[in-house]
Design a binder for this molecule. Structure first.
Ligand SMILES: *[C@@H]1O[C@H](CO)[C@@H](O)[C@H](O)[C@H]1NC(C)=O
Ligand SMILES: *[C@@H]1O[C@H](CO)[C@@H](O)[C@H](O)[C@H]1NC(C)=O
Ligand SMILES: *[C@@H]1O[C@H](CO)[C@@H](O)[C@H](O)[C@H]1NC(C)=O
Ligand SMILES: *[C@@H]1O[C@H](CO)[C@@H](O)[C@H](O)[C@H]1NC(C)=O
Ligand SMILES: *[C@@H]1O[C@H](CO)[C@@H](O)[C@H](O)[C@H]1NC(C)=O
Length: 469
């Protein structure tokens, strides 16, 4: 190929990839269905600064804004026409404010307090000229359920940040995904109003998705009632999350608090998460993840996985979770993989975690399966070098407090336990730990004793398997 045609091929490929990965987003629909033609084509890059239509009219009832309206570095969405009454569609105003802020030398996009902004599914695209601050002091709400979601918009994600390198999202505001009607959809994993489920696609949007971005700081926001995952990061690095509050009902399906995938150098500190699925879930391609002082529950706990679905390859390493509390949750700290996958999970530390009435406080499940039809397979994601220390508290005695269900094909190795003390939340009965093909050691006597761990290293694990990632 000559230079020109390879360039064209690259651009086409990038476009297709972009469309594929953002799965029928607004932009891609625009390109793919040009014949619909009734809505404007949005640019992926920043517009030149738009003129401010008018000076912001201060609401007498609202407390004084934290930013002065005439600071040229502050891009207040109201200056771009946002109404903020919770009824008017403020999407275009947010996009215009974003484009101006993103093109500026120094910028704060301001979502002022005392207002409720209704925003449709939107992609905020970078790269921006400089680092950008998104100051959310007011409330941002999604359309009210699937019937209010425009047909042309992606039903997989709501607020998308794409190719942003250097962003702080902060403030005392609220991002409300209004998930109630999505949770009621009668399809799996949703449950219909009367528990009825039918087969078929049933997408629900992730509330906030960061995609192919880096150097992100998210501080102090409240995110509630997401239709699906509250946060999802993929293809990102250098992510700092602090003092976040995530809240949705324990019955809301698939509403993971923070999901990361193909993302590295992540810190999640000082946050409180209660929801209907995993508190934090760590997918394939993540490494250098540090989680500290988070409180989960009710939830499904902190999870590495699921990994290896549909025979996929997954590598996860150097994950630490410490100084945290997990309450009234289906799981505590979990590693879950599907049969038939490949790759490895290694270098995982769970330290100083308090469990309060948790159904499976410590669990490795290499037989993860959402249907009853998963067959036994001979490959698996290799799990090794996992340390559990100082894990204390109570468990729901319906399940064993420790369960290491490792692959038949490839055993787990080097699981170490120290200072683990788990007592039943109710009653005297102590359920014994369950192990299958799990190699490791108790460094101190644990309660209950994990005598089912196999000593040493299995012969089957060869160097080539260790080097699989
Ligand atoms: C759910 O059950 C109630 C009472 O049995 C019934 O009135 C209602 O129509 C049902 N809703 C649906 C969507 O099936
Ligand atoms: C832990 O997080 C909570 C909730 O954000 C916070 O109030 C508390 O100060 C944090 N503790 C430490 C030691 O940082
Ligand atoms: C593991 O991750 C931490 C950050 O969470 C980082 O400081 C450390 O260097 C990493 N270790 C290795 C061996 O990469
Ligand atoms: C899969 O393997 C497990 C453990 O060896 C065994 O108990 C189970 O019966 C097997 N299932 C099938 C479908 O072969
Ligand atoms: C076992 O895993 C720990 C981390 O949990 C690691 O530091 C240690 O080197 C591993 N031991 C062996 C023999 O690989």
């Amino acid at each position: 190929m000559n230079n020109h045609s390879s360039r064209v091929a690259f651009i086409l490929l990038s476009l297709v990839l972009f469309c594929f990965m953002l799965l029928s987003s607004v932009h891609c629909r625009t390109h793919l269905h040009k014949n619909r033609g009734s809505f404007p084509v949005e640019s992926h890059i920043s517009f030149p600064p738009s003129p401010a239509p008018q000076a912001a009219v201060g609401s007498a009832a609202a407390p004084p804004p934290s930013y002065t309206a005439d600071d040229p570095a502050v891009f207040d969405v109201r200056k771009y026409g946002a109404v903020g009454d919770g009824l008017a569609d403020d999407t275009e105003a947010f996009k215009a404010a974003w484009d101006s802020a993103c093109g500026a030398e120094s910028a704060t996009l301001l979502v002022p307090r005392g207002h409720l902004f209704l925003i449709q599914s939107t992609i905020f695209t970078g790269p921006c000229r400089a680092d950008i601050v998104v100051q959310i002091d007011g409330t941002i709400v999604a359309p009210d359920g699937p019937d209010s979601w425009p047909q042309r918009n992606s039903k997989r994600q709501w607020l998308i940040f794409y190719r942003i390198h250097g962003l702080s999202m902060q403030g005392g505001g609220v991002i409300d995904g209004r998930g109630e009607k999505w949770w009621e959809l009668p399809c799996k994993p949703h449950k219909g109003v009367n528990g009825s489920t039918t087969a078929g696609p049933c997408d629900s949007p992730v509330a906030i998705r960061f995609f192919m971005s880096s150097n992100l700081k998210i501080h102090g926001l409240k995110v509630t009632n997401s239709p699906q995952f509250h946060f999802r990061f993929d293809g990102c690095r250098d992510v700092n999350i602090d003092s976040l509050s995530i809240k949705s009902p324990s019955t809301s399906p698939n509403t993971d608090g923070i999901h990361i995938e193909n993302t590295n150098d992540v810190k999640i500190y000082n946050s409180v998460i209660s929801n209907g699925d995993d508190c934090v879930s760590i997918g394939a391609g993540c490494f250098n993840v540090d989680i500290r002082n988070i409180s989960c529950g009710p939830s499904h706990g902190i999870s590495i996985g699921s990994l290896g679905r549909l025979n996929s390859h997954a590598c996860v390493s150097n994950i630490t979770v410490r100084d945290s509390v997990i309450r009234r949750s289906a799981n505590g700290v979990r590693i879950k993989t599907w049969q038939g996958g490949s790759g490895a999970v290694s270098g995982v530390t769970f330290d100083n975690i308090h469990m309060d009435t948790v159904r499976n406080p410590i669990i490795v499940d290499q037989y993860y399966c959402l249907t009853k039809s998963c067959t036994n397979q001979t490959s698996a994601v290799y799990v090794s070098d996992v340390s559990y220390s100082n894990i204390k508290g109570t468990y729901d005695a319906r399940s064993p407090p420790m369960r290491f269900a490792c692959s038949e094909a490839i055993p787990c190795t080097n699981l170490t336990l120290s200072e683990v003390e788990l007592l039943p939340a109710q009653g005297e009965y102590v359920t014994d730990p369950v192990c299958w093909n799990a190699y490791g050691a108790m460094e101190t006597l644990t309660i209950p004793p994990a005598t089912c761990l196999l000593e040493g290293t299995p012969e089957k694990i060869t160097q080539s398997e260790v080097e699989r990632c």
